[in-house]
Write a protein that binds this ligand. Structure first.
Ligand SMILES: C[S@@+](CC[C@H](N)C(=O)[O-])C[C@H]1O[C@@H](n2cnc3c(N)ncnc32)[C@H](O)[C@@H]1O
Length: 215
């Protein structure tokens, strides 16, 4: 209970710091944690990525969009399989006048076959073909299937810009640890960082010099 209160207060402080005072789409246990969001804010300010793709919409979409608007750079596409969650995130984006920097794509989960295994992951048909400079992986929900977030890298790697950075939330969970281990084994051009956050975070960065050949 105390931990939840502290998290809620940290979310409110982050919202206040970004001038988001007309309500936040915060859902206990589901929203990205404030320390993970703070890392994203720091990354956006430092690296100023132009094309941001997110898996799993919500509070993180609003935060990313707001920082893009404040920085005058960057545009967010958020893949969301739940129509109700997509609508809620769109409402928040519209409430703050951020629709020009963020688009929530309703992307139903569809079956993919990767290395002789089946995965249900986002339908990518609505996603524009621009090179992705920042990829934030916070969906689909881990409880849907084992390694539910693994397809992000194999399915999006051809669209990643050289030097692209990937943030994975909930990286302390056994499933996410397995996903990171697999990504690192399959894509050795990525360098792994593990900044300390309450729920765990993995940051993978493609090395620009080798990214185009080895991804
Ligand atoms: C970890 S959540 C994504 C959270 C998002 N990045 C944020 O910061 O709010 C992953 C997915 O869970 C689903 N989800 C979100 N809230 C939910 C709820 N209250 N009940 C069930 N599913 C939910 C949505 O489809 C969402 O994309």
């Amino acid at each position: 209970m105390q931990a939840h209160r502290a998290e809620l207060e940290a979310v409110l402080r982050l919202g206040e710091a970004l001038g988001l005072e007309q309500g936040l789409p915060y859902v206990r246990h589901w929203s990205a944690a404030p320390d993970f969001l703070a890392l994203l804010v720091e990354h956006l300010r430092r690296e100023r990525p132009a094309v941001i793709v997110e898996c799993g919409s919500g509070l993180s979409t609003l935060i990313l969009a707001r920082v893009c608007a404040l920085e005058g750079r960057g545009r967010v596409w958020s893949l969301e399989h739940e129509p109700g969650c997509a609508a809620q995130t769109r409402d928040a984006i519209a409430r703050y006048g951020l629709a020009r920097v963020a688009t929530v794509l309703h992307a139903p989960l569809r079956r993919y076959r990767l290395d002789a295994e089946n995965y249900d992951w986002y339908d990518l048909r609505g996603l524009p073909e621009q090179a992705i400079e920042l990829l934030v992986v916070d969906g689909p929900p881990g409880r849907l299937a084992p390694l539910a977030r693994y397809p992000a890298l194999p399915l999006l790697r051809a669209r990643l810009a050289p030097g692209c950075t990937i943030f994975l939330d909930d990286a302390n969970r056994p499933d996410e640890r397995a996903i990171v281990a697999r990504w690192c084994a399959e894509y050795p051009a990525f360098e792994l960082g593990r900044p300390a956050t309450a729920r765990g975070c993995a940051v993978l960065r493609a090395q620009p010099a080798v990214a185009s050949e080895a991804l």
